[in-house]
Design a protein around this ligand. Structure first.
Ligand SMILES: Cc1cc2nc3c(=O)[nH]c(=O)nc-3n(C[C@H](O)[C@H](O)[C@H](O)COP(=O)(O)O)c2cc1C
Length: 327
């Protein structure tokens, strides 16, 4: 039997498959179900600053263009209000119920909450904390540098407050992602999660109102995170976890080949159930068997840009092949 164990943000995982932050991880029973289904770790549903401040009325108004689908999901699907105390309880009780690592998740807007709340989360016993940082640049006065500095400041601040490892879950829209990624790693991030999936904006043309778009991913969405995992692996000092578009064992293998230490899965589990965890892991093992790999380190990062013979031409050849082939 292959050894699927990995170390991700300093935590030992029996396998690289993590159940992403979502309503699949918002109760102790569901966290236990993740463990029973074979997950290597879980990231708990995010705690939103709006919950901490108990300002949920505004979010319940669906015409309000709130940038986080997670908040809509929280209010509409959970049918309950998990305040900050409930969240700390979720962490503490999940830790008692399972032996896999439990990573808490925080999504804030204003600096004071990142700092105050990260400390509380660490004290509640979380093994790590994932900061879902999603700053939507809507203001033409704000420079890219200012926005990116905010990202690194959040990491620096939280790192000063807590001893547990901190990951940053970010979106793909930066001019120089390698530069930002290295900055976050230098600021103390133990891992980067690529990528956060922004709320898909939509408009209801009958009601003339903003509407939230469909929020589950499709398998085609793997390509964007796959490219960036492959480019960043080995270039930034910290671990990378892939998130978005992994719907089968092949997707899991691809992300590990690109250089991800861990792979987060969400939409596929919503669509097809928690039994998919065992299927994906079995497909990974079968693939390893076919290729004679005994452990993840035997192939992890093998298809990354850094491992290629000519990194300067990485992807260029495939690009040419596609476009010449199409003519
Ligand atoms: C219903 C739903 C709720 C989610 N809630 C959160 C959340 O609270 N915090 C977070 O960081 N990401 C949240 N996400 C995003 C997922 O963690 C994940 O990054 C995204 O769905 C892409 O992965 P996938 O392609 O495997 O679904 C949510 C996604 C869905 C579909």
């Amino acid at each position: 039997m292959a050894d699927l164990s990995v170390t991700y943000m300093g935590l030992k995982l029996a396998n690289p498959l993590i159940v992403s932050s979502s309503s699949l991880t918002n109760t102790v029973a569901k966290v236990k179900r993740c463990e029973d289904s074979g997950a290597g770790a879980v990231v708990l549903k995010s705690l939103f600053e709006e919950q901490i401040e108990a300002q949920t009325e505004a979010i319940e108004d669906e015409s309000w263009p709130y940038p986080h689908p997670e908040a809509f999901d929280y209010v509409r699907q959970m049918g309950m209000r998990l305040g900050q105390d409930d969240y700390l309880k979720l962490i503490a009780e999940s830790k008692k119920a399972v032996s896999i690592p439990v990573i808490a998740s925080l999504n804030c807007v204003t600096p004071k909450w990142w700092l105050n709340y990260a400390g509380e989360i660490a004290r509640a016993g979380a093994d790590g904390i994932e900061l879902n940082i999603a700053i939507l640049p809507t203001d033409a006065e704000r420079t890219a540098e200012e926005i990116e500095r905010t990202y690194t400041r959040i990491i620096e601040g939280v790192r000063r407050r807590v001893e547990i490892p901190v990951a940053a879950k970010i979106g793909p829209y930066f001019t120089s992602l390698p530069r930002l990624a290295r900055g976050l790693s230098d600021a103390g991030a133990a891992a980067l999660v690529l990528f956060n999936r922004f709320y898909q904006m939509d408009i209801d043309i009958e009601k003339l109102a903003l509407a939230p778009g469909y929020h589950l991913s499709s398998p085609e969405e793997i390509h964007l995170p796959l490219r960036w995992v492959a480019i960043l692996a080995g270039q930034v000092g910290c671990d990378l976890a892939a998130s978005t578009g992994v719907h089968d064992g092949a997707g899991l293998v691809k992300q590990l080949l690109a250089g991800a230490r861990a792979v987060q899965v969400c939409s596929n589990l919503y669509q097809k159930g928690m039994g998919r965890i065992a299927v994906l892991l079995r497909e990974l093992e079968e693939w390893m068997g076919r290729h004679g790999f005994e452990k993840i380190a035997d192939f992890n990062g093998r298809m990354s840009m850094g491992a290629s013979e000519k990194p300067e031409y990485y992807e260029r050849l495939q690009y040419i092949k596609v476009y010449v082939g199409l003519e």
